[in-house]
Design a protein around this ligand. Structure first.
Ligand code: DON
Length: 331
């Protein structure tokens, strides 16, 4: 079933965050609790990421009203990696229209790891979803512009609008990843064979790698997530980055595929759209309320930050964010 775009009715109800004092206390409590967790491994397949400090732990919550709650290493920069995927999809949807974006990229989960080649081979139509590497490389190829540089300007400026400041490339991560990018190039070439990429496969992979190498902080990611929570309007700058309808669609694919093959566990436990990245960043979006971001480099076997997942589960429960939870009328 495919419905057409509609205006959101004014009685859409998403609730609100608890008081500032409660949020502040719970954010501090989450940081204290999960600082002690030592499990997980650094991403080894991108040499620059293997050099990260495993002790770094940043946590930030940004409300849709632009309140910010930060603790720990929330100002330490790191490369955005796969957390770029929802923002790229948002910008591409806005540029080419939601219908074309869905038809060209797909919105169903693959149930397979983020860099699966098998997922591309197995799909007769070559479609996956924009949260895995195949769909994200294909989405990159759809960025407006006739040249690599024009597309890059579109992406870099769009991401900066989400963050509310000009985001720059982490040149060391970009060079490191470009030198070890054979798998993503393979995926792009397969997409070409299936007529599911709309720009040169090598140039599209380069652009995708650049976008993954944009340098952000946990603070930036909380505001970027809060923009998705706020119908596409950046809470601090007030800029309308994307339409409310597009924000809603991006959150839908984050629910089904944001944590790849463990997206089922994620929605079960946390009950919110989320997205992880192999540098150790993670965002969780509470529609109408705000965005949570964490940075902690040690990852589980699916490439998701261990402390990030624990923090999201704790704060989702304590802040009352789980989208599927309800209280019976009358107690
Ligand atoms: O394409 C890659 O492999 C990386 N640039 C990004 C992968 C990633 O972040 C997966 N996330 N958890």
């Amino acid at each position: 079933m495919r419905s057409s775009p509609q205006e959101l009715p004014e009685w859409i109800s998403t609730g609100r965050l608890p008081s500032e004092a409660v949020v502040q206390e719970l954010v501090a409590e989450a940081h204290r609790r999960f600082s002690r967790v030592e499990e997980g491994e650094l991403a080894g397949y991108i040499p620059a990421l293997a050099a990260a400090n495993p002790a770094h732990f940043g946590l930030a919550v940004a409300s849709t009203e632009a309140q910010l709650f930060e603790v720990g290493d929330a100002q330490v920069p790191f490369s955005i990696q796969s957390i770029s995927k929802p923002f790229l999809y948002a910008l591409v949807c806005e540029a080419i229209g939601e219908r074309e974006a869905r038809e060209k990229l797909g919105v169903n989960s693959t149930g397979l790891p983020f860099n699966s080649v098998q997922a591309v081979e197995r799909a007769d139509d070559g479609l996956s979803n924009p949260m895995v590497n195949a769909g994200a490389i294909a989405a990159t190829s759809l960025a407006p512009g006739d040249t690599l540089e024009a597309k890059w300007t579109f992406i870099q400026q769009g991401f900066s609008r989400f963050a509310g400041r000009s985001l720059q490339l982490d040149e060391a991560v970009y060079a490191s990843e470009l030198a070890t990018n054979r798998r993503n190039l393979g995926i792009a070439n397969l997409l070409e064979e299936q007529a599911c990429i709309w720009f040169d496969p090598e140039a599209s992979t380069d652009l995708y790698t650049r976008q993954c190498s944009l340098s952000v902080t946990t603070h930036d990611l909380a505001l970027m997530a809060a923009t998705l929570a706020n119908g596409g309007r950046q809470p601090q700058s007030g800029e309308k980055v994307i339409a409310p309808r597009i924000a809603q669609l991006v959150l839908a694919v984050m629910v089904t595929a944001g944590l790849y093959e463990t997206s089922g566990d994620w929605i079960y436990d946390i009950g919110l759209p989320g997205k992880s990245g192999v540098s150790g960043g993670m965002i969780t979006v509470a529609p109408g309320k705000g965005g949570l971001a964490t940075y902690s480099p040690p990852l589980d076997r699916s490439g998701n930050s261990v402390r990030g997942q624990l923090t999201a589960a704790f704060l989702s429960e304590r802040l009352g964010l789980h989208l599927l939870a309800s209280r019976p009328v009358g107690g």
